[in-house]
Structure formats: C-alpha cells, structure tokens
Design a protein around this ligand. Structure first.
Ligand code: SF4
Length: 540
C-alpha cells in the first residue's frame, strides 16, 4: 500500500493561500515547520503504506499532526476532523493542501489504536516512546535550564465509565451475564431472565425492576439481600454449566462471574439478622463501574474523594517540562508510582539530584529506594515519623542511635547494645533494651516508661536510619526554604488538567495512560514551540 504525498509548493498549499495561518510559537507552526522532527519515521514504522499494493494510505506524520492538534484543544475526534477540513492553520500543520479532503474518522481511530500499540522493535507503547522523544527534543533545545527544580505530584483522573452504586452494579453485571448466556446458548434474553427467575432484568433499569419505595430503608435493605442472593445463585449455576457452552464464551462468562462475586464480597456484609447489607467499610478492590473495571475509589484529601485513576507526574517547575507520567488505579497510594516515574525521568534527564514532593512521598522505604537506586533525594516532610506526644513524655526521637556502632543512648545518657528482634512487615527488625535495674533507679522513668513497664524497649522502624536522616534533613532551614517552592508545582498539575487530564476520554486504564502521555507531550511541545520561535525571532 503506497502512501499519499502532497507537494508543499502547490498553489493550494495553506501557507501559500494564507501565509500567516500558523503564527510562530504555536503548535500548528511547530508542526508545519518541524513535522518530520516531531514525528520521526522510526517511531511510526509499521503504519500502512509500507507495502507496494493496495489503496494509497494517509502518511503517518500527517495523522500524527492531526492527533496532536486534537489533543492540544481537547476536542472530540469528529470535531477535530471537521476543524481540519476548514482551518488553514491545521492544514499547514498536517501538510495538507486546501483542495484535498481530510482523513476519515475511521482512519484517525485506527491511527490512535496504532499509537496505543507496542513498537515492534522495542515492545514499548508508541505513546510512551513519543513522549520520551519530545522530552529529548526539549532537552536538546535547552528548554530546561541549569536552575531546574524537579518535583513530583499527583492528581485525580475520573474514569470514563458510569460510576454506579452496589445495587446497579449487581443488576448491570447480571444483565451482561444474561446477554452473554443468551448468545452462548442460542436463547433470547427474555428466556434466560425467565429461566434464572430474575424478571427484574427485563425492566429498563435495575431499580425500576423492583416495585418498592427506594427511600424506605427497610424495603431497600430487603431488596439488597434478595438481589445479592440471586447473584450468588446465578453465578453458582453459570459456573457449574459453563462447560456446556461454546469455548469462545467461557472465559468472558467466568470473568463476569468473578466480577459479580467480587461485588458481593467487597460491597456487602452480613448483619446481626443474617441479612446481606451494604458494608460500612473501606475495601481497596471495590468496583465502581462495570464498564471501567480498573477504576477504583480514591481519596485525594479528607474531603476530596473520586472514582477512577490517579495521574502522577515528574516535572521541572521552572520550565514546565513534564519528564514522566504514570496512571494508577485510584486506590493506590501516591508513593507506589514513584519508582517507575523516577526510572523514566532519570532515563531521559541527567542531573536530577532532588525531587520536591508532598508528605505522600515522604515514607522512609520509598525515599531510601529512590536514593539508593537513582541517587535522588526526596525533599518532603517525613510521613512515618512518630508523632509528638501531647504531654512532656519522652519520644523515640529523644533517644540517640549510633547505627555504625550498633548502640543506642537514652535521654539519661545510658548506652546499650542489648537487642531483641521482632517481625514487622515481613522483616526482622531490632529493638534496643535497657537494663531493668538502671531504669528502676532512673529519675526520668516516669516520663520514659509507659504504664507498668519496668524497662525501656525501643522498637526500631524497618528503615530507622533513613527515617532519622530525613527528619534531620527536614529540620534544616535550607530544606524548608527549598520546599517552599513546591506549591509552584500545582501549575504543572493545573496544566495537565487544563489539557484534559481530569477525566479519561475512553474506558480502561490503558487508554487513560495513552491520554496522560499525550497531554504531557502536548505540554512539552508548547515549550519547544516557544523556544524555537525565540530562535527564529533572534535570527530576524
Ligand atoms: S528509664 Fe531507662 S531508658 Fe528511660 S531514660 Fe531512664 S535509664 Fe534511660
């Protein structure tokens, strides 16, 4: 399949028709002037047009330009295609003459799928490679100066699928299963609903299928219990008979059964009367949408809750460059994304020594791993340090520990090397013990020992050394001065949100990752365009 080609010296070329259609410093200008640099052939290898036969294919850089323009304005695909047919600036960016029709919706959708796929040579998603390519271009053109201040932060990203309550989740799950079962067994949906003794499935909505007052707590509780038992009965039946249906339906049927069982076990609990009721507890794996199964409940702060994913990023708050992004389920802690984020950022950028982060990144274990693996100091308030006591009791921080000599000294000046071991988080960690007779005679014992204890046992954190070092670092005025600039990082997060990072535009965490890398690349392309336009202005 050969590729379509368009001459840039055509009478119909946008910059000939309207020379000022793509002003310098904007994304259309950058693409019009440097499209081949932005969309290198190695990245787009594998797109149509590499063979010799078949219809002519749209060139990949043209489609890439259209996708980037779409992302930059946060437009739906059809709107972006309509805009491309009328906007000369966009046509200049794509290298498309004014008299040529634009690619179809299907072609653009196929190209976006192509970007989502892994590159055949390196087995990494093309959108990740594209983002990394743009970061390298920005670094090559000195978008990031010597005064860079690197930071890490996260923001909620709502999922695309409808977030529904437990009753609707069970109803929707059963409807999906009934539809699949009808297809797999050659029956109608109504037949399956009747055989399963679940007539409510035929109603337009789950709640509409039960003739009760949903504001009445007692009636509602009764229906939750009934529905949960119907789910358990049907799942049990389907699992026993799954061997009878065609092989291609089996996997999906079992997957739906697993999701339904997950809803019952995560969202419900048994009350004192033996009824299944909505659980008043926090469960990490709770499903929030039947169409977006990787989305989870997330908490940004005490009052801010969301359903979906968490978008984390590492960037330079001086230049605004975003070096790496990650999307994780909403229930994952911020610190879980730090290692892959830092790995990607350090693979692209040299000289990141410090990373500013809020207290979510202040846990000793991750802090220590980032320091050991990548040589980066996380500048953030220590999160797992012992809290100060309300009265004047002595705390763990009043005891000195010499990690090299393996000894500890208490506030009374008594040194000990006597240790016992305990298990914490699957690791053996030591605890220093002071002699009982010394503690008995100590004037500080009332402040030091709790309750009826006769001797002090100082339990150490699995990463006690890193914890103490981070506390010491945090107490320094220079660290606090540096940390004051962390608030500026909100500007970068705000930019991601402005470009459409607050909500996923399609189902699944895979697409959310594609979207996050896309908008991070758009942010970086804006910086590159401004930088190259400065060079053009200086030459003029
Ligand atoms: S009670 Fe024991 S451990 Fe505590 S300060 Fe006195 S001697 Fe030290």
């Amino acid at each position: 399949m050969p590729t379509l080609s368009f001459a840039s010296d055509s009478f119909f070329f946008p910059t000939f028709v309207s020379p000022g259609c793509a002003p310098a410093g904007g994304l259309p200008w950058l693409l019009a002037e440097h499209r081949d640099l932005i969309c290198p052939p190695w990245l787009l290898r594998g797109w149509r047009g590499e063979g010799r036969s078949g219809r002519k294919a749209w060139p990949a850089p043209l489609l890439m330009a259209l996708v980037l323009l779409r992302w930059s304005e946060n437009l739906p695909r059809e709107t972006a295609i309509r805009r491309a047919s009328t906007d000369l600036g966009w046509r200049a960016a794509m290298g498309l003459p004014a008299d040529v029709k634009v690619p179809s919706d299907r072609t653009v959708r196929d190209f976006e799928r192509f970007l989502c796929a892994r590159h055949p040579d390196i087995s990494v998603h093309r959108y990740v490679l594209f983002h990394a390519h743009i970061v390298r271009l920005c670094l090559g053109h000195r978008v990031v100066g010597d005064d860079a201040i690197w930071g890490v932060d996260s923001t909620p990203m709502w999922c695309f699928g409808a977030c529904i309550d437990t009753v609707r989740l069970m109803g929707t799950g059963l409807r999906h299963l009934a539809r699949l079962w009808a297809k797999a067994t050659g029956q109608t949906f109504a037949d399956v609903a009747e055989r399963w003794n679940a007539a409510f499935l035929l109603a337009p909505s789950t709640k509409g299928g039960f003739d009760i007052d949903w504001k009445d707590r007692e009636q509602r509780a009764k229906i939750v219990d009934t529905l949960a038992r119907i789910v358990v009965r049907i799942v049990d039946d389907v699992r026993r008979r799954v061997g009878d249906i065609r092989r291609r339906f089996r996997k999906r049927a079992l997957l739906l059964c697993r999701s339904l069982v997950g809803i019952v076990s995560n969202d419900l609990e048994t009350d004192d009367d033996g009824r299944l009721v909505i659980a008043r507890k926090v469960t990490g794996g709770r499903l929030v949408s039947f169409t977006d199964r990787q989305a989870r409940n997330g908490v940004k702060s005490k009052s801010k809750r969301f359903k979906g994913f968490k978008l984390s990023l590492v960037g330079d708050l001086v230049s605004g460059l975003i070096a790496s992004v990650a999307v994780t389920p909403g229930n994952q802690h911020d610190q879980d994304a730090i290692l892959p984020l830092v790995a990607r950022a350090t693979a692209l950028v040299d000289g990141i020594d410090e990373l500013l982060g809020d207290s979510a990144y202040g846990f000793a274990e991750k802090r220590e791993r980032v320091r050991r693996q990548y040589g980066i100091t996380l500048v953030s308030p220590p999160s797992d340090a012992a809290p100060p006591t309300a009265d004047d009791r002595l705390t763990k921080h009043d005891f000195d520990i010499d990690f090299d000599a393996d000894t500890a000294t208490c506030p009374a000046g008594v040194e000990t090397d006597d240790k016992v071991w305990r298990t914490s988080g699957g690791r053996h960690v030591p605890a220093f013990v002071w002699p009982r007779d010394v503690c008995d005679a100590c004037p500080l014992r009332a402040k030091c020992l709790k309750g009826k204890r006769r001797t002090q046992v100082l339990h150490l954190h699995p990463h006690e050394r890193a914890l103490r070092e981070s506390r010491e670092l945090w107490e320094q005025a220079a660290t606090k001065r540096k940390y004051r600039r962390r608030g500026e990082f909100e500007r970068l997060v705000g930019r991601m949100v402005q470009l459409g990072g607050r909500r996923a535009k399609a189902w699944g965490i895979g697409f959310a990752r594609f979207q996050a890398h896309g908008i991070a690349a758009i942010n970086n392309l804006g910086l590159l365009a401004a930088r190259l336009a400065q060079g053009v202005a200086a030459n003029v």
